[in-house]
Design a protein around this ligand. Structure first.
Ligand code: AHG
Ligand code: MN
Ligand code: MN
Length: 338
């Protein structure tokens, strides 16, 4: 039998451009640079204690969270990798208060890049899967310069989105709006090899992901949904459910893209004015784009995530995403409660 032909990330992007004609060269360069930056981050992640990359950086980000060394390192890697290519106008990150405009010494490109450089920070020091999440927008209009307002576009305007999970394997998951593809890092050749294409999330599932320790703080529709899952075969759902919670959104979403499930990080009553824990623009939006491209759904309980018009860069949102019929059910429970 002849060896199976390997498709690299570059080849995938070139072929998508040929078939669908919507990956201009700047976007291709952008995606290749992000993928290369993820490789650099993967090397640091893998060094662990040997690379002095574990532990806290003793600084705080704009959200008031203590930054880990790897949060800071990953942010720097992504900024440095993306500054010079001429494909970007500006970047925004979970780890930076305001936007980072591409320095004047480089040409300004037409795209905007947002990222959560290191997702699942609480898992770094305990050697559990973590990741990088990114979202790509176009700078719309022909005005000179770039400001935070340019970023405030609904998620449905994303030109591309993806994440890289640093787990037992390093996997890059990508959408350019024509389905979801997965690439596994071949450490011997240093290349990203296409290992899954046209990924689809099963519409039904028996697996949910939620931080159960917050149960007493949830709103009634979320409690109802989880109570019914917990009631199992004897309950209204008539089937037993399983639970998983990695506490790295990247890893939980990766499992859902691989075998289905529902992920929720809902609003809770401890901070009623805060819509949720997760950030809309660089966590929820890119994941919602991927999930929808794989046939799933993503809502905040009431509204499609991708339709939310952001009012600020670090806006938070309640998140329910994954297998279509389950997300639809919990969304209906919210509508019934309204
Ligand atoms: P980050 O490390 O980028 O701040 O994100 C962590 C997020 C997300 O990845 C995960 O789903 C969630 O926080 C876990 O929260 P809990 O610790 O409350 O379970
Ligand atoms: Mn995160
Ligand atoms: Mn993070």
């Amino acid at each position: 039998m002849p060896p199976t032909k390997r498709v690299s990330l570059t080849q995938y992007l070139v072929e998508q451009q040929r078939e669908h004609g919507h990956i201009p060269s700047q976007l291709r360069l952008l995606l290749e640079i992000v993928a290369r930056a993820c490789k650099t981050i993967a090397i640091s992640v893998n060094k662990g204690a040997l690379g002095e990359v574990l532990g806290s950086a003793d600084t705080e980000n704009v959200q008031g969270e203590v930054q880990k060394k790897l949060d800071v390192i990953s942010n720097e890697v992504l900024i440095e990798a993306n500054e010079w290519g001429g494909h970007l106008a500006a970047m925004a990150s979970e780890e930076m208060d305001s936007i980072h405009v591409v320095p004047h010494r480089y040409p300004q490109g037409e795209y905007l890049l947002l990222f959560d450089p290191l997702d699942g920070s609480s898992n770094i020091d305990v050697n559990v899967s973590i990741g990088t999440i990114f979202s790509v927008l176009r700078k719309v209009g022909h005005h000179r310069g770039v400001s935070e307002e340019d970023f405030l576009q609904p998620g449905r305007a994303q030109a591309a989105a993806g994440y890289c999970v640093y787990g037992p394997q390093t996997t890059l998951v990508l959408t350019v709006g024509t389905g979801v593809a997965m690439f596994t890092l071949d450490r011997e050749t240093g290349s990203w090899v296409l290992t899954a294409n046209e990924v689809t999330i099963p519409a039904d599932t028996k697996e949910f992901a939620i931080n159960m320790s917050n149960l007493r703080h949830w709103a009634a529709p979320v409690r109802r949904y989880i109570d019914e899952c917990l009631a199992g075969k004897e309950g209204p759902r008539g089937k037993d459910f399983n639970m998983r919670w990695v506490a790295s959104m990247v890893a939980d979403v990766h499992r859902i893209l691989t075998r289905g499930g529902i992920f929720m990080y809902p609003w809770d009553q401890r901070e009623p004015d805060k819509p949720g824990k997760l950030r809309l623009m660089y966590e929820a939006n890119p994941m919602a784009f991927l999930v929808e491209q794989a046939g799933g759904l993503a809502t905040n309980g009431r509204q499609r995530i991708l339709d939310i018009v952001p009012t600020k860069l670090h806006e938070r949102v309640s998140v329910m995403l994954g297998s279509k019929n389950e997300v639809q059910r919990v969304t209906e429970y919210h509508q019934a409660a309204d």
